[in-house]
Design a protein around this ligand. Sequence first.
Ligand SMILES: *[C@@H]1O[C@H](CO)[C@@H](O)[C@H](O)[C@H]1NC(C)=O
Length: 215
Amino acid sequence: MASTVLLLALVLISLTIAFASDPSPLQDLCVADLTGAVSVNGFACRNPQMVQAGDFFFSGLHLAGNTTNPAGSKVTPVTVAQIPGLNTLGISMARIDYAPYGINPPHTHPRGTEIFTVIEGSLEVGFVTSNPENRLITKVLQKGDVFVFPVNLIHFQRNVGNCKAVAIAALSSQNPGVITIANAVFGSKPKIGSDVLVKAFQVDKNVINYLQSKF
Ligand SMILES: *[C@@H]1O[C@H](CO)[C@@H](O)[C@H](O)[C@H]1NC(C)=O
């Protein structure tokens, strides 16, 4: 009997984990008080009676991002930082622009699964599963194709066409976060000690110094 209860509890807990993204809202409106002093998991709510349509609104996703940078891509995020009304709702989006042969470098979203749609052009996309398999799951997408990047897994996109490409992504967090692998590893402030990186990447110290100078 006790073991049945325990089993049931474990099943329930695992179900909660499986379906959890951001916590579910407990009220209709919890528009973020982005400048508030109160620090909670997310943002404190503003007075719902003072909330305006503009708190649920963003304009500008028709505009292409500037892709003149070393990666040749630009992400325009639309998260709780841009739309305070997304607070507690567990969802956000982004527009990604790619120059010809541009890439969105390998990165992860620590708090959100991503569902990704190609609006223009063609993109090679991929993600890598965790240790020990580290399997690369990859596909070339055309306009209208949709692909999923599971939460936390390292993923990337590459424009495989000679013209620009555009994608729209939706993410299962109001604030999915981004960890760009190269920037985190080689561009941390302060730097990770080069002996750590020399052994981690099995390369010469000069290579590490060079990579650290790039990020
Ligand atoms: C795009 O970014 C590049 C590099 O920062 C800059 O030189 C250029 O003026 C920008 N272009 C536009 C249209 O803002």
